[in-house]
Design a binder for this molecule. Structure first.
Ligand code: ADP
Ligand code: MG
Length: 401
């Protein structure tokens, strides 16, 4: 069901209104507490600026880290407020807490177009418990609700779900809208052929997405650590490679399911083996029926790269979730980088390319190709759940069109 967008609200609805905006500002920090990647903050700017320009009083609400319902000095949103001020070119006032007298006072002092950032919402126990009293608190000093936190939409928390019962209207921000347009659009009404590239370390974390994508895709390309579970299930030797013994049957079932549905399921034909799980390990390329004892597969091989590129060449939509190898080690990053370049080229010729999954996004960014893709999701877990066909509570709770 399509959700009502912030674009349906104009100055007449927004001017002077206290708008509670749930954003995803869960950015990585270095040891000194400096933000190392502000993508998520920048991604929320269009929504914030729209509201500022319409004269709203913008009350931002975000979580940071896992403080588990308690105040944690290291998880305050102070560096985020500072970065946001710089990006907006205007002062962003941060509250000391996200409920009680302090936010109420600061919000009541706001002028039209001002921006306040509430302190880490997960300092409050009621947030993750979706406590309705806490949700009511958030609604007590705001008038209407915008959810732009796609990365938190798979959680039914007070600030993503509970609060929608106390504010009207509840609409999707521009980032949320874009994420849904691409991710939902790709699985519901893709331009075909539709391919999914699924990788990462484990089959177990990608079962849901594989099962759901087999129903929707024309082709599925599998890479990463999970391929060895498929090989072992076929009776091949996999050396010391990552295998999930309890998922062998499942791997067989997935292959059968793909076959019966006429979906092309592609596994690599060769792999890059390492004698150790280390960036300096010795490496050798082997076909999958000749994996050396005592060695482990850490990347897809050069032939597989060509076969994957061939399979992708006629696709109109490609969804990528999970790296092809241990891309964190340069020696084993070739497969992941080749797929990233291939998708960048495909995007240029009109294919819709969508990258979901935290590590896949990191790999594309590391390769310097993020700006070439049609869509890079800001929500790792949320994008996976959406591709699995699950309903995201933070999305479901918004007003329908
Ligand atoms: P995403 O975050 O994109 O969904 P995952 O979290 O599922 O991806 O998996 C990413 C991890 O998988 C990376 O840290 C990578 O090193 C690891 N990985 C990829 N290939 C292998 C392999 N052959 N053996 C072990 N780990 C692997
Ligand atoms: Mg990951």
């Amino acid at each position: 069901m399509a959700k009502r967008s912030l674009s349906s609200l104009g100055a007449e609805d927004l001017s002077g209104k206290r708008v509670l905006v749930r954003v995803d500002f869960n950015v990585p920090l270095d040891d000194e507490g400096s933000i190392t990647d502000d993508t998520r903050i920048r991604a929320a700017i269009p929504t914030i600026e729209y509201l500022v320009n319409k004269g709203s009083r913008v009350v931002l609400c975000a979580h940071f880290g896992r403080p588990k319902g308690q105040v944690n000095e290291a998880m305050r949103l102070t560096p985020v407020a500072k970065r946001l001020s710089e990006l907006l070119g205007k002062l962003v006032v941060k509250t000391e807490s996200c409920y009680g007298d302090d936010p109420e006072k600061k919000v009541n002092e706001m002028n039209n177009g001002d921006v306040v950032l509430l302190e880490n919402v997960r300092f409050v126990e009621g947030e993750e418990k979706n406590n309705s009293e806490f949700a009511k608190d958030l609604a007590s000093f705001t008038d209407l609700y915008v959810n732009d936190a796609f990365g938190a939409a798979h959680r039914a928390h007070a600030s993503t779900e509970g609060v929608t019962k106390f504010l009207k209207p509840c609409v999707a921000g521009f980032l949320m809208e874009k994420e849904l347009k691409y991710l939902q659009g790709a699985v519901d009404e893709p331009k075909r052929p539709l391919a999914a590239i699924v990788g990462g370390s484990k089959v177990s974390s990608k079962i849901g997405v594989l099962e759901s994508l087999i129903d929707k895709c024309d082709k599925i390309l599998i890479g990463g650590g999970m391929i060895f579970t498929f090989y072992k299930a076929r009776g091949l030797s996999v050396g010391k490679s990552l295998v999930e013994e309890d998922k062998l049957e499942l791997a067989n079932e997935l292959e059968q399911k793909a076959k019966s549905k006429g979906v092309q399921l592609l596994l690599p034909s060769d792999v890059v083996l390492a004698d150790d799980f280390s960036p300096n390990a010795s490496a050798q390329v082997k076909t999958i029926d000749s994996i050396t004892d005592g060695w482990m597969g850490l990347d897809i091989g050069p032939n597989s790269i060509k076969e994957f590129q061939n399979a992708l060449s006629d696709c109109q939509t490609v969804i990528w979730n999970g790296p092809m190898g241990v891309f964190e080690f340069d020696k084993f990053a070739a497969g992941t980088n080749a797929i990233a370049s291939t998708l960048a080229e495909l995007s240029e010729s009109g294919c819709c390319t969508i990258i979901g999954g935290g590590d896949s996004v990191a790999a594309v960014e590391k390769a310097g190709l993020a700006s070439k893709m049609s869509h890079i999701s800001t929500g790792g877990g949320a994008s996976l759940e959406l591709l699995e066909g699950k309903i995201l509570p933070g999305v479901a709770a918004l007003d329908d069109v």
